[in-house]
Design a protein around this ligand. Structure first.
Ligand code: URA
Length: 432
């Protein structure tokens, strides 16, 4: 292990046997975390070429079970985001594409650092079970076309260990490490068609468009070389997606989109992701797929599928009859503009961290989540405000004194005289 670390530290290329040996021995506990983290840091600093990244991905995929979804004859589809703030897209796109006939057999993650996770959002719905036995999971996909669970016991265990290590050793934002982490899980999960949502901007791990494009191309190449159909949609994460950040708050916003509120940034990203999922799965022309996705929302069929999915996994759907009351926090406070002007910047990563401070995420692994906590933005980047206008409301049932959090919020938002340049919401779609 010492020699492998030193080779990468000095900018060398690791051989296939070296990478495979490392993954095998790290997964079974023969290599200590301190040596694995030294190697991760050497990879972060010196990179990996495409061959090394492909070998690392395959070794991580093969570190545990591989799910067989061949029963579904090529109609399975998955979506994975590289991580963002206010990113509740799975709650919206999964029922849409299932309603259109695709099979969504999905494993999702929990919140990580400043980014939220689908599993935490789903657990804000009382009764919802995020763990299903494999037979029950597959039966639900067969019967209703959709099941979403947390990362199961032995799926890409090398990634599970390495990800937790990277989270605490400042080695998350490395293209070969992110690409191999995501693609090893997707390949092990057995889905035929994969749409990747590669986020770029202040709330994403990729801060520049060039690095996001490189990550997108790396993951698409890995998928295609393993016989999967993959598209990567590069989307803006300079500003949180939608207006809600925090678990129950995001579920409510997702429900509003599924009920036809589609004239906004969140719905636009979801329509693009869902359309790419449908285009890959059924060979549909992309414009037709977009129209099909819109029709599925506006007809109410996608929301019906959402309710069927949630209740199949034990969630109490009666709570959605009164959205105001669902997940209502005990305490709240408004944050107002400190001066007149345009909002020129909203540091999305900082807003994600504020949601964690309010109880909406974990500061350490054992922390319990306050599902009611989070932020509702009233204004976003590009909006004109006058001093005293409400920009956001902070919510929590575990924090009642908002003064410190409100101060951090104000430091994350810049208000200036000049209107900012409008950035694209969707930069491009990378495919082969
Ligand atoms: N999401 C993942 O699953 N892995 C990463 O490394 C980053 C985001």
């Amino acid at each position: 292990m010492y020699d492998i670390i030193a080779k990468k530290r000095d900018g060398g290329e690791l051989s296939c046997p070296e990478i495979e040996w490392f993954i095998k021995n790290y997964t079974c506990g023969n290599i200590p975390d301190y040596q694995a983290s030294a190697l991760c840091m050497a990879i972060l600093l010196n990179g990996m070429n495409s061959e090394e990244t492909a070998v690392l991905t395959a070794a991580m995929r093969d570190s545990g079970d591989i799910v067989d979804l061949s029963f579904f004859e090529g109609k399975t589809v998955d979506k994975h985001s590289t991580g963002g703030v206010g990113d509740k897209t799975t709650l919206i796109v999964a029922p849409i594409v299932a309603s259109l006939g695709a099979k969504v057999a999905k494993m999702s993650g929990r919140g990580l650092g400043h980014t939220g996770g689908t599993i935490d959002k789903l657990e804000s719905i009382s009764g919802f079970r995020t763990t299903l036995e494999p037979e029950e999971f597959l039966k639900q996909v067969k019967d209703i076309g959709i099941a979403v669970i947390g990362q199961s016991g032995n799926l890409a265990p090398a990634d599970k260990k390495l990800y937790a290590l990277r989270d605490v050793t400042a080695t998350v934002d490395s293209i070969p490490l992110i690409a191999s982490s995501i693609m090893s899980k997707k390949l092990a999960a057995g889905t035929d068609n994969i749409v990747l949502d590669v986020k770029v901007g202040s709330g994403a791990f990729m801060k520049s468009l060039d690095s996001a494009k490189l990550l997108a191309n790396t993951m698409v190449d890995i998928g295609y070389n393993c016989g999967r159909r993959v598209a990567a949609v590069i989307t803006n994460m300079d500003v949180p997606l939608g207006y809600a950040i925090g678990n129950a708050l995001e579920v409510k916003e997702a429900i509003r989109v599924l009920n036809g509120d589609i004239d906004n940034d969140l719905a636009s990203v979801c329509i693009e992701l869902a359309a790419n999922m449908i285009a890959l799965t059924f060979n549909t022309e992309i414009d037709t797929a977009r129209q099909n996705v819109r029709d599925e929302i506006l007809s109410g069929r996608a929301y019906k599928k959402f309710l069927q999915w949630i209740s199949s996994q034990g969630g109490d759907i009666k709570v959605f009859d009164n959205l105001e009351a669902f997940g209502k926090a005990r305490f709240s406070a408004d944050v107002v503009a400190q001066n007149d002007g345009y909002i020129t910047k909203m540091d999305a990563e900082c807003l994600g961290r504020i949601s964690v401070m309010l109880g909406g995420g974990r500061a350490s692994l054992e922390d319990k989540i306050d599902f009611t906590a989070g932020i509702i933005l009233s204004r976003k980047t590009g909006d004109r405000v006058e001093k005293g206008d409400k920009i956001a409301t902070l919510y929590s049932s575990s924090v009642s004194d908002f003064s410190k959090v409100a101060e951090v919020f104000c430091s994350a938002v810049s208000i200036d005289a000049d209107e900012p340049e409008k950035l694209p919401l969707i930069y491009e779609v990378v495919t082969r």
